[in-house]
Design a protein around this ligand. Structure first.
Ligand SMILES: Nc1ncnc2c1ncn2[C@@H]1O[C@H](COP(=O)(O)OP(=O)(O)OP(=O)(O)O)[C@@H](O)[C@H]1O
Length: 586
């Protein structure tokens, strides 16, 4: 009675103490069990050795005569792994390791079946085998990554509370070459916007380096998102140009690669593009990639506007049909482009065709403008033409590609130019809100964090078909590669089609294609005379069109136009593709 009273009192007062005392041995077992479960991957070699020992013991006791079968099964299994284990193990060294372990374990089991697992030196051999096969196992990067991910999944419910996404669940996770990625389900009521705000907290919770976590919305479910954790930055080093330029205007241009090594292939046919980012972020690098593609296309004529004195586009000079380097030239160039646009639109109207399909005889006209803000500031008249091209140029394949540091409304000339650009490439920006300037309102809030891009050439792209903030890095073209490509592409550049060339002539009969300061008062030194001289002095294999452009200071279309007129009157001959000389030796 007395004892029971004391028991009751203790239960009321100190229930935890009583339970702990009673359950102690069980708790140790639970702890050991948990530890074994937690380290089950690391304990793999030990578990295999234990299983071999037990199997050897059983086989030796009851089926000793089976040792040849065990030997044959081991050899066949090892050979099978080598021959067709690619489905589970994609790397050759992993298959080699698995086959070697299988063959050694099978050899040991064969001996244990025949001799008994306790017979010397089998126990010692088993121990050595654990250590020798264990070392690569314990050091294996992918195994350790997988274990890390498994533990993260197990810890996610607690982690979710800590990082401000309570109730979220990790649905699946995959280890890949650069780290791991997972699909996460949010608690009802949470959305991707909550996740975007929590990215730094997720990095802290997972203990990664800053900038290692990427999040992407699930296009099908508002309550799910993709989480990507990068152990190493796949874009840490520049990505070299792969040397495969586009073959035509309709082909999307490969600008670089995403973090999962997918190429970034952006459609630019009948689309205007904006490339934005701070000084040194790699805008000229992206323009070089664009030009490497466009100048390879036989159905694209490229005009350039470079008000930094032609510095950036200069290496491509010979491939550009026209290059404007002063505000007056830029205004003339854009005005002529609107002339082309009007002529093409009128032609489409009369033929009842909806869009201009570029061909080598009727090429697309792409106008590349480096540092658009300079244009708006120094040649405000030109921005009216640019506005017109932006609004009406798509159908007739007259398009703009503009690079600028901060595309504010003022920098873009207050017209419709920015809003008409449906391909946006955003390199690093200084402030968060500048992401919205380049990519559009609300993009920063939606997870497009261009301010965190940390190397030149890294970018985010928003375009039809590109609606999630995947990071990419542009290909890097070296100066030598640019020179080689420009040289190789020069001879193959098409002139404008007759309709467009005629429109240019009519729009600006005196200055069409002429550099502003090339309008000369000395009649003996006008472009026509320089052309005649260059053709008269041509060697027997003629002069290339690029040479003639250099000699006259005029654009490709102007040169072709004049050559055609001279050929019609028999004063020049075409001696080879793209090479001409005069017929009159004087
Ligand atoms: N894709 C790239 N990969 C690696 N490095 C790059 C890449 N693009 C550019 N860079 C490096 O970054 C530097 C600056 O690049 P770039 O001149 O293209 O920047 P920018 O934005 O045009 O600058 P600015 O506005 O001053 O003209 C270059 O020296 C170049 O080597």
């Amino acid at each position: 009675m007395k004892r029971r009273r004391r028991w009751g009192r203790r239960r009321d007062a100190e229930p935890l103490l009583i339970m702990t005392d009673d359950g102690y041995p069980g708790e140790v077992l639970v702890l050991v069990g948990r530890w074994l479960f937690r380290y089950r991957s690391e304990l793999g070699p030990v578990a295999l050795a234990a299983a071999l020992f037990v199997a050897g013991w059983g086989l030796h006791g009851s089926y000793r005569a089976w040792w040849p079968a065990v030997a044959v099964a081991s050899v066949l299994t090892a050979a099978g792994i080598l021959a067709s284990g690619r489905a589970w193990l994609d790397r050759a060294e992993e298959r080699g390791y698995a086959a070697a372990v299988t063959a050694s374990a099978g050899g040991w089991l064969t001996a244990a079946t025949y001799l008994g697992p306790g017979t010397e030196p089998l126990p010692l051999l088993l121990l050595v085998g654990v250590v020798v096969s264990g070392l690569p196992w314990w050091r294996h990067r992918r195994r350790r990554a997988r274990v890390h991910v498994e533990r993260t999944i197990a810890a996610w419910p607690d982690l979710g509370e800590t990082i401000g996404l309570p109730g979220s669940r990790m649905l699946s996770a995959v280890v890949d070459r650069w780290g791991w990625r997972a699909r996460v389900a949010l608690r009802r009521g949470q959305s991707f916007a909550d996740v975007v705000d929590r990215v730094p907290a997720i990095e802290s919770g997972l203990g990664t380096r800053p900038g290692a976590v990427r999040v992407e919305p699930d296009p099908h479910r508002a309550d799910r998102f993709a989480l990507r954790v990068l152990a190493a930055d796949p874009h840490a080093r520049p990505v070299p140009w792969p040397g495969r330029p586009a073959s035509g205007a309709a082909e999307p241009l490969a600008l670089g690669v995403f973090e999962d090594a997918d190429p970034v292939r952006v459609p630019l046919l009948r689309r205007h593009a904006l490339i934005g980012g701070i000084a040194g972020s790699g805008k000229s690098g992206v323009l070089n990639v664009v030009l490497a593609h466009l100048t390879a296309c036989l159905d694209v004529v490229v005009w350039g506007v470079d008000l930094k004195g032609g510095m950036e586009l200069a290496p491509w000079r010979a491939c550009l049909d026209r290059l404007a380097t002063t505000p007056a030239e830029a205004a003339a160039l854009l005005r002529d482009a609107t002339g082309v646009l009007d002529a093409r639109a009128a032609r489409l109207g009369t033929t009842g065709t909806r869009v201009w399909e570029p061909t080598p005889d009727a090429p697309a006209l792409v106008i590349v403008v480096d540092e658009y803000a300079e244009l708006a500031e120094e040649a405000p008249a030109a921005t009216g033409h640019a506005d017109s091209i932006a609004r009406r140029g798509r159908a007739v394949a007259v398009t703009l590609i503009a690079a600028t540091q901060r595309p504010t409304q003022a920098a873009m000339g207050r017209g419709a130019v920015r809003s008409q650009m449906d391909v946006r490439v955003c390199l690093r920006v200084r402030e968060r809100r500048d992401t919205d300037l380049v990519l559009g309102q609300g993009m920063h809030a939606a997870g497009w964090h261009a301010h965190t891009l940390d190397e030149p050439g890294k970018f985010l792209v928003s375009a039809p078909g590109f609606d999630s903030p995947r990071r990419a890095r542009a290909y890097l073209l070296t100066d030598d590669q640019i020179r080689t490509l420009a040289h190789a592409h020069t001879e193959r550049r098409p002139p404008l089609d007759a309709l467009s060339a005629d429109a240019v002539r009519r729009t600006a009969p005196l200055t069409s294609g002429a550099p502003h300061d090339a309008v000369d008062t000395d009649p003996a030194d006008d472009p026509e005379s320089r052309l005649s001289d260059a053709l008269a002095d041509a060697p027997p294999d003629g002069r290339s069109v690029a040479d003639l452009m250099d000699a006259t200071g005029m654009g490709r279309t102007w040169v072709y136009d004049r050559l055609q007129q001279l050929a019609d009157t028999g004063r020049v001959v075409q001696v080879a593709r793209g090479r001409w000389r005069g017929t009159d030796p004087t």
